[in-house]
Design a protein around this ligand. Structure first.
Ligand SMILES: Cc1cc2nc3c(=O)[nH]c(=O)nc-3n(C[C@H](O)[C@H](O)[C@H](O)COP(=O)(O)OP(=O)(O)OC[C@H]3O[C@@H](n4cnc5c(N)ncnc54)[C@H](O)[C@@H]3O)c2cc1C
Length: 769
């Protein structure tokens, strides 16, 4: 009598370091005569209509997302996934086993197999599957367990061992009460190099319980292809046209992620990264934007379980300990952990942490208000101003600005990469074409949608879910929450990435933007490449950009100064447009999306600010906790004085602004701010002066009166704001800054004012628009 084990594979598409296969191959005490590894393409997570050949309608609804109605899995990941599944199948075949590929929810697939096998007089002894984080994943596990129970089949849920620190080694405290700050978690598990368990070997040929010859067929109307190309076709063809007018792949642009899915490619990539010194140099290259070598590109393999974090760790150990000849010629061989390898471990732990957050917050990871926010999610709240702009009319307040129709338009342009903001557009187009974009670009893109535009960030998260080749439910949604300010970023709303400053810092020659946004490839000045609307009429004409929507109707304008020149978009055409068209009103550096005249732009000191902290970097954590008091004040380190008014309204408080270290702040008279205002702008009766000093500090002198702004009328006030001498930020320099409104992008100004390396312009005091 047979005793068959059905092993469901989901995101464990590897044969090495695979606990289930290891257990089955290393002992016969399990008692199974046969093993059927099964991979189900689950119809709620990936569109499966491409498996139907006879024109029948799919019994499943389309696999689309909830908010944006995008495909759950777009063409890039569909292809990568097909390759990964096929690779496991081929490797298992070399081990005299195999893989059953099926379409259907896991419990449906299991039911068909169990029924069919029983009909052949086989006994199915057990079903195993690895536990994965996720609401749908948990539901699938439950459904399989219920089915097994009803059938008298044993069911076992195995630990997911592809993370850096195994679940079994996570302390009860961390499991029960995971810290909300990554650094706290990291410190609780250091030293990282000692944490991962040993990797498990690949089962030897012929050691797995035998595969079966006669496998019950796939349920109609689906047909399972028997060639990889057909499998790719079945998965990709329904979702290929995900954008109404897809731009052509830019000539000369190269994918940073040309990699094929599967365990074999993952292992090759890992060895290459060590041999090419990519791992050793990781810390200095990881913020790159172009090419295959600037970061590991292991994320897609990790997401599908083609490689485990502990395998990466062990390969690094071999190199660091000098125990693998393949790496003997690599600089640093046998010399222990170096900056690069330590940084990789640090990032892998971020990945762990994102999953643990998902485990902790469960469905709250998908909520608009984030895991901390209230259940309603922030739309249409009678008491408070709705925080997020929505394209859905019924959800939007009547006076939503911009209108839902305009928000829809902006989202479409954001997706297509035609916002006019170079770095954002380049990243979004790279994503469209290749399924990959760097971590640096992702942070900017997410920040742009959520913080500069104030739009429901779930549209962005779902767009990423569709297009990212490395989409991972925990990493994607937790990172989006983090950047949107509703997740576990201790700086929350205050962290805003200035995409122009970021472009200057990370795309120093404009190569990245020019290569993915070919329209600006002939534009000469970087400031124009990074924000096309700053082109003068003549230059736009010369570059063939006359009438281009990125210039005539950018979704956002950000003030920016280059080497002391005035900061704002400065073409005459722009000012003419501004006066003609209220939608093109002067950008205030971050206050609102579009569509209404802005308050005075006068004292936009400079928006070249670096409020940029890299998710996952050590420095981001160092700058945490800089808020205290009733307002969100920032104190620099040291004894300088930061004086800021408190805010009233939704941020009620006494107005003391204090640095978390030793900055001191004095409360100002308080302000009531219901619309975004330039809190650092000189308002009536005052000036603000900031001067550049050194590389890392901004020296501020003088005072700007801005407090007590009348309700919704920025531009009047008699409060007081002083930037203490050497206004530092993030622990640099001294002095503090406080009392700004956290509403919308008001925070950006704070960063702008206190940012490093920027000087100020001192425009005449102005009142509201
Ligand atoms: C808005 C946003 C969405 C994201 N969505 C995803 C996603 O769906 N899937 C995904 O794997 N990563 C996601 N990330 C994290 C990060 O951008 C990618 O892991 C990284 O860019 C992948 O490239 P790499 O493998 O070359 O990374 P490397 O820089 O080489 O890092 C090594 C590994 O560490 C892990 N890692 C690095 N940074 C992070 C991070 N911030 N969070 C979690 N893990 C990290 C990844 O597994 C990565 O492969 C997202 C980040 C942001 C800001």
């Amino acid at each position: 009598m047979t005793n068959i084990l059905l092993l469901i594979l989901r995101r464990d598409l590897r044969v090495s370091d695979n606990p289930a296969l290891h257990r089955l191959s290393s002992s016969s005490s399990h008692g199974f005569t046969n093993l059927l590894p099964v991979y189900p393409f689950s119809p709620n997570q990936i569109e499966v209509s491409g498996f139907i050949k006879d024109g029948t309608k799919s019994p499943y609804p389309e696999a689309r997302s909830q908010t944006g109605n995008y495909w759950r899995c777009g063409p890039h990941r569909a292809k990568f996934l097909a390759e990964s599944v096929w690779n496991v199948k081929e490797t298992l075949e070399t081990l005299e086993s195999g893989l059953v590929i099926r379409v259907g929810k896991p419990h449906e697939v299991i039911e068909t197999l169990v029924d069919g096998l029983k009909a052949q007089n086989h006994k199915v002894g057990a079903v195993w599957m690895v536990s994965h984080e996720g609401t749908e994943e948990k539901r699938d596990e439950k459904d399989v367990a219920i089915f097994c129970k009803a059938q008298g089949v044993e069911f076992e849920l195995l630990t997911d061992e592809k993370y850096f620190i195994d679940d079994r080694d996570i302390s009860p405290e961390n499991q029960k009460d995971l810290p909300d700050i990554y650094t706290t978690y990291r410190k609780s598990v250091e030293p990282l190099r000692e944490k991962p368990r040993a990797v498990l070997p690949i089962p030897a040929k012929g050691t797995l319980p035998a595969f079966l010859e006669n496998i019950p067929p796939q349920k109609a109307p689906f047909e399972i292809p028997d060639r990889l190309e057909e499998l790719v076709g079945a998965l990709v063809s329904p979702v290929r046209h995900f954008l109404p007018s897809m731009p052509a792949f830019p000539e000369g642009a190269d994918s940073a992620h040309p990699f094929k899915g599967g365990e074999t490619s993952a292992q090759e990539r890992l060895v290459h990264l060590i041999q090419s010194e990519g791992m050793k140099n990781y810390k200095t290259t990881r913020n790159g934007l172009i090419g295959t070598e600037f970061s590991t590109k292991l994320s897609a393999y990790l997401a599908q379980g083609c490689v485990t974090a502990r395998q990466i760790h062990h390969a690094l150990l071999e190199y660091e300990n000098g125990t693998d000849d393949r790496f003997k010629d690599v600089d640093g061989y046998g010399e222990g952990q170096n900056d690069g390898t330590a940084a990789i471990r640090f990032e892998l732990l971020w990945r762990d942490y994102m999953r643990l957050c998902h485990q902790k917050f469960k469905h709250r990871l998908f909520r608009l208000a984030g895991f901390k926010g209230e259940e309603d999610g922030g739309y249409k709240d009678d008491e408070k101003k709705p925080k997020w702009k929505t394209p859905v009319k019924k959800d939007a307040p009547e006076d939503q600005d911009p209108t839902p129709e305009r928000v829809r338009e902006i989202i479409d342009r954001f997706n297509a990469g035609t916002t006019g903001m170079g770095l954002i557009d380049a990243s979004q187009r790279e994503l469209l074409h290749t399924g990959y974009t760097s971590n640096r670009a992702r942070q900017n893109v997410a920040s742009f949608l959520a913080k500069h535009l104030g739009i429901d960030w779930r549209y962005g998260a779902e767009w990423y879910e569709m297009l990212l080749v490395d989409y991972d439910v925990s990493s994607n949604w937790a990172n989006w929450q983090y950047v949107a300010g509703v997740g576990n970023d201790p700086r929350g709303e205050a962290r805003i990435f200035n995409p122009i400053k970021q472009a200057f810092d990370y795309d120093k020659e404009g190569k990245y933007v020019r290569s993915w946004v070919p329209e600006v490839s002939k534009v000469e000045k970087l400031e124009n490449v990074f924000q096309a609307c700053t082109l003068s009429e003549d230059d736009a004409k010369a570059a063939g950009l006359e009438g281009n929507i990125m210039i005539t109707d950018p979704v956002k304008r950000i003030e920016f100064s280059v080497e002391g020149k005035p900061a704002r978009p400065n073409s005459r055409a722009f000012y003419r447009r501004r006066h003609r068209d209220p939608k093109s009103s002067q950008e205030d550096g971050g206050a609102s999306v579009d569509g209404k005249p802005k308050p005075a732009p006068a004292a936009i000191v400079s928006s070249t600010a670096s409020s940029i902290i890299n998710t996952g970097s050590e420095s981001s954590e160092k700058q945490t906790g800089h808020r205290r008091g009733g307002s969100e004040g920032y104190g620099g380190r040291g004894r300088g004085r930061g004086v800021g008014g408190g805010t009233r309204g939704y941020q009620r408080g006494s107005g003391s602004a204090r640095g978390s270290t030793r900055g001191r702040g004095m409360g100002g008279p308080g302000i009531t701010v219901h619309t975004p205002v330039h809190v650092h702008a000189p308002q009536e009766g005052g000036t603000v002066a900031f001067s550049h000093r050194g590389t890392h500090s901004v020296r501020g002198r003088g005072r700007g009166d801005y407090g007590s702004l009348p309700h919704q009328t920025p531009g009047h006030g008699h409060g007081r704001l002083s930037q203490g001498s050497r206004g530092g930020y993030g622990g640099r320099g001294r002095g503090g800054y406080g009392g700004y409104t956290p509403a919308d992008q008001g925070a950006a100004y704070v960063h702008n004012v206190v940012a490093q390396r920027e000087q100020a312009v001192i425009p005449p005091p102005q009142t509201g628009a």
